[in-house]
Design a protein around this ligand. Structure first.
Ligand SMILES: [Ca+2]
Ligand SMILES: [Ca+2]
Length: 377
């Protein structure tokens, strides 16, 4: 008899899933609650309050809790009963969802996304420590890569125990989903070009090889969140070559600024004419004190407390012009998608012309990069 009853109950519940806001035979509106009992007979108590078996949706095994649809009077009555520990509304629970890092709307990345510009179709080479391609918030966008190293520890461009390149990649193009963060251009294609070792260091030859790979493999944009305080004629020639081939070349200005913002410390390759040198600002549009200054500073972007992807499906906030540069690379992808006929020099001019002036040019360049304003120009 008992077994038959259980089977029948199950069929009824499966056929008529209980809906919050339904009503019982008396016409009362029923809402779902979770009721925790502390007495011996939950069933007896529910019967006493006129609760029909059909109102019970779930009976938990590990705690004396039932999920039950109750009229307001039943809920109130149970809540006041000494054998009831708690009566809680069965509130809706949502996935924790995606955090939008402050820098994305700050460069109008969000507004440009809302207008349909996600960087789709644009190829962005991340010349860095590699990209953890298996990251939950990057894997859909990592489309290829290359390592300039031959030793086993550094030969895989999709392995990035350092985390620097993975963080930079997330700012350009972390996926728009229900987890983690979102990049400026969440549908751009990412290419992991590992020119820096797991220890975070590389060489002029390695960067040159990475630039060459980017030209040969049809990249549209190169992001170099790296630099040296000393220049190299060879590095300059490779940077120029990429620019002459039509690629947009973006680099971190450097982290050698001082408090007064009055030294001349933009690093290389950022300082070369063919490369956009990106300075770092905080949420109040103040130059980060570390952000290198000098006549080569070209444009500014968020570089303080920047939340992005890190290895192991993790997320963390970093500071640096390394974090500012990929904001510009992401904006460039959006604007180029909107205006595919622009040359790299025209795109660069447009980004500079529509940036918001923030102050002295040797600190901020043309100012804060703005995606939607460039698109609408
Ligand atoms: Ca995401
Ligand atoms: Ca430059």
């Amino acid at each position: 008899m008992k077994k038959l009853f259980v089977v029948w109950m199950t069929l009824v519940l499966m056929a008529v899933p209980f809906q919050a806001g339904a009503s019982n035979g008396s016409g009362d509106t029923l809402e779902e609650y979770l009721v925790q009992f502390n007495g011996p007979s939950a069933h007896g108590l529910m019967q006493a309050f006129g609760i029909d078996e059909a109102q019970v949706k779930t009976e938990f095994d590990h705690l004396p809790v039932v999920n039950v649809a109750l009229s307001e009077a039943q809920a109130r009555g149970l809540a006041n009963h000494p054998h009831v520990e708690a009566v809680e509304e069965n509130a809706e629970v949502h996935a924790l969802g995606q955090t939008v890092p402050w820098g994305i709307p700050h460069v109008q990345g969000t507004a440009a996304q809302d207008a349909g510009f996600t960087g789709a179709g644009l190829k962005v080479a991340i010349l860095d420590t590699g990209i953890e391609a298996s990251h939950e918030d990057l894997s859909a966008n990592v489309k290829g890569g290359h390592s300039v190293f031959t030793d086993s520890a550094n030969i895989d461009p999709f392995y990035d125990p350092n985390g620097h390149g993975t963080h930079v990649a997330g700012t350009v193009a972390a996926v728009d989903n229900d987890l983690g963060v979102i990049g400026v251009a969440p549908e751009a294609d990412l290419y992991a070009v590992k020119v820096l070792s797991n220890a975070g260091s590389g060489s002029i030859a390695g960067i040159a090889e990475g630039i060459e790979w980017s030209i040969d493999n049809g990249m549209d944009i190169i992001n170099m969140s790296l630099g040296a305080s000393q220049g190299s004629s060879i590095l300059e020639q490779f940077s120029n070559l990429a620019y002459d081939e039509g690629l947009l070349v973006v680099a971190a200005a450097g982290n050698s600024g001082n408090r007064g913002g009055n030294n001349n410390t933009v690093g290389y390759p950022a300082a070369y004419d063919s490369v956009i040198a990106v300075a770092a600002v905080d949420q109040n549009n103040n130059r980060a004190t570390f952000s290198s200054t000098g006549p080569a500073v070209e444009i500014s972007a968020p570089g303080v407390n920047v939340l992005s992807t890190t290895p192991g499906n993790n997320y963390a906030s970093y500071n640096g012009t390394s974090m500012a540069s990929p904001h510009v690379a992401g904006v460039a992808a959006q604007v180029w998608q909107a205006n595919p006929g622009l040359s790299n020099t025209e795109l660069r001019q447009l980004l500079n012309d529509t940036a918001v002036n923030l102050g002295p040019a040797h600190q901020y360049g043309h100012g804060l990069v703005q995606s939607l304003d460039a698109i609408n120009q």
